[in-house]
Design a protein around this ligand. Structure first.
Ligand SMILES: Nc1ncnc2c1ncn2[C@@H]1O[C@H](COP(=O)(O)OP(=O)(O)O)[C@@H](O)[C@H]1O
Ligand SMILES: [Mg+2]
Length: 316
């Protein structure tokens, strides 16, 4: 991509900057859509020719993709393909060696350390290992950012209870992370990431190390976030089942359960519209530092590519 194209994209994104440029106000739901025109016009995340090398050679060798408001983008790849690196670059926890990363209208490589610090408070991140603070309670973990924003105590408690109810763990409010199972800890991490309603949530391998049944619970939770709360997300996983679960199913509010998503109706139409041409849930497959496949899960399923077929067949 030429410099001219980079700059055009930057201008396009900045021209409808959907966040306060100083980012000092408390975060609300940021979305460039409006009620009269529900179709998003700009991506929330855009990577353009991103490279990073750690020691020997490039680990990421020119990564370019976009995540649109309302979209769920699944970053699928074997262990060591660079999924965590991409998540950390998007969340401003790591800087690229070259290329550009825009998130919510901000070009991250132009930001100072202080600006990055502010920026990180406005994205949700579920770390691969959960990363809860073991010495404080579940409620204190979930309300951590809300306290940093100095919200009134009663408001913090209400929101913490609400988001713990969402992950079906309100009963753990006064418990410590060490008292919980691995799956419950992961759900608390998700509650913490959602607590201040960030416009985008990064889920880094949310099912890693969990048994298949618990993994399914976590995927259903991410699905509920997407379908009931319109969370835009980037999800890293090595599990093919996670990608197809999210792509093929949706959480139906009226029925209060997971249903196959090939239906019609207003919800399906709205999701398809929000995420523009390609539908609400799309997959990127990483291989050797590049994006090897990008598209809908059903197209991945129909592939005749030998590497992809082997990868798909590796699903437990
Ligand atoms: N801090 C680091 N220093 C050196 N190499 C690293 C570092 N972080 C990651 N890597 C290497 O980069 C590659 C991609 O890592 P990662 O993004 O963690 O992969 P994934 O999340 O897909 O398993 C791996 O080969 C890993 O060894
Ligand atoms: Mg990882």
């Amino acid at each position: 991509m030429s410099i001219g194209t980079h700059e055009k994209l930057a201008l396009r994104i900045l021209s409808i900057c959907i966040y306060n440029s100083d980012m000092t106000q408390s975060p609300g739901r940021a979305t460039p859509t409006d009620k009269a025109n529900p179709v998003a016009v700009e991506p929330l995340i855009a990577f353009s020719d991103v490279h990073i090398g750690l020691g020997e050679g490039d680990v990421l060798r020119g990564i370019s993709f976009e995540v649109w408001p309302g979209e769920t983008k699944i970053l699928l790849g074997e262990t060591g393909t660079g999924k965590t690196l991409i998540m950390k670059l998007g969340a401003g926890l790591l800087r690229a060696d070259s290329g550009r990363v825009w998130v919510m209208g901000h070009e991250l490589s132009d930001m100072s350390e202080q600006e990055l610090l502010d920026f990180r408070r406005h994205v949700g991140f579920v770390f691969q290992e959960g990363a809860l603070f073991d010495s404080i309670t579940v409620a204190e973990n979930v309300g951590f950012r809300l306290r940093e924003e100095k919200l009134p105590d009663a408001q913090i408690e209400n929101r913490v209870r609400e988001v713990l109810r969402f992950v079906e763990l309100e009963s753990t409010y006064d418990m410590f992370p060490g008292d919980l199972s691995g799956g419950m800890r992961r759900r608390v991490s998700i509650a913490r990431a959602l607590a201040d309603r960030p416009p985008i949530v990064f889920y880094d391998s949310p099912t890693a190390g969990l048994d298949p049944v618990t993994s399914q619970t976590i995927i259903t939770l991410i699905m509920r976030g997407r379908d009931l709360q319109d969370v835009t997300s980037l999800i890293a996983t090595h599990r093919v089942q996670d990608a197809f679960g999210l792509a093929n199913y949706r959480f139906d509010k009226a029925l209060d359960r997971v249903v196959h998503s090939n239906g019609s109706g207003p919800q399906a139409a709205r999701q398809a519209g929000n995420a523009r041409r390609t539908g609400p849930t799309n997959v990127l497959v990483l291989r050797e530092g590049n994006i090897y496949f990008e598209g809908a899960a059903e197209d991945l399923l129909r592939t005749s590519d030998e590497y992809l077929r082997k990868f798909l067949a590796s699903a437990e």
